[in-house]
Design a protein around this ligand. Structure first.
Ligand code: NAP
Length: 249
């Protein structure tokens, strides 16, 4: 069994997830770099250092999820932090977001297949991975679960007339609203345990997800998730926040 605490970050082979893995390794965690391509995960883990290990994990593939949980138990013996970071903005049209990709994700025009694919990764992926890792997380002294939400999925914020994001509130944004709801559902169900479940918004961060149109660095984007992954016993559960503080659901 590992002496150091162990953190699993899904979709950690690039973008904000890779930065979260780097930061948690810097804070003394053994990090498991979840990646649907093992090779990409290995390249990313090597860029972090000896405390990082690639873990094949496709959040839409139950066999992959079950195998990942078994490997964590057998090789590391513990799991203290789960960051549900993996996400997609659309299904398989690289380079389209945020311009035409955002418009084609609107509920009026997107195919059910497209919407299901986005939900499969962003919503059901979070539920499936969390359920599979819960037995390990329950055994940890003070486990933390962090889900990557988005202020773009804030129902309160988007309900305000004139909010510029409303024009592109489609499948992706709605999937993030669902992630916020799922965060609360897990937090409530685990309220009597030592496990804290919170959602983080990274802000508009320059990554492949938005064709590098974001204005924030991955270092900035990782910051709130890393903070929530390390909150103490006096920290909150069932919250949604960014670096500036609470974000409206
Ligand atoms: P990114 O650079 O595109 O990274 C997304 C990661 O998710 C990649 O590692 C990708 O793996 C992985 N992924 C996608 N589908 C997967 C699957 N089925 N199984 C496992 N991994 C999968 O995007 P990012 O901006 O860092 O996004 C990270 C999180 O932040 C997402 O949840 C996103 O919604 C959220 N977020 C981002 C922004 C922003 O402005 N960037 C704003 C709000 C929220 P591959 O390399 O294999 O594709």
């Amino acid at each position: 069994m590992q002496i150091k605490p162990v953190a699993l970050i899904t979709g950690a082979n690039k973008g904000i997830g890779l930065q979260i893995a780097k930061d948690l390794a810097g804070h003394g965690f053994t990090v498991l770099v979840g990646s649907r391509s093992f090779e990409n995960g290995e390249t990313a883990a090597n860029s972090i250092g000896a405390d990082a290990h690639a873990l094949q994990l496709d959040v839409t593939d139950q066999n992959s999820i079950v195998a990942a949980a078994a490997r964590i138990r057998n090789e590391f013996g513990r799991l203290d932090v789960l960051v549900n970071n993996a996400g997609i903005s659309h299904a398989g049209r690289p380079g389209e977001f945020p311009s035409s990709g955002a418009a084609s994700g609107l509920m009026t025009v997107a195919s059910l297949e497209e919407i299901r694919a986005v939900y499969e990764t962003n919503v059901f992926g979070v539920i499936a991975v969390t359920q599979a890792m819960l037995p390990l997380l329950r055994e940890a002294p003070a486990a933390r679960i962090v889900n990557m939400g988005s202020s773009g999925g804030s129902l309160s914020w988007n309900s305000i007339p004139g909010n510029s994001h409303r024009a592109m509130f489609g499948a992706y944004s709605a999937s993030k609203s669902a992630v916020h709801a799922v965060t609360l559902a897990f937090a409530f169900a685990l309220e009597s345990t030592n496990i804290k479940v919170n959602a983080a918004c990274p802000g508009f961060t320059s990554t492949a997800l938005n064709n590098f149109a974001g204005t924030r660095s991955v270092e900035q984007g990782a910051h709130e998730a890393v903070r929530l992954a390390m909150i103490g016993a006096d920290g909150p559960t069932g919250t949604f926040s960014d670096e500036a503080g609470p974000v409206a659901w």
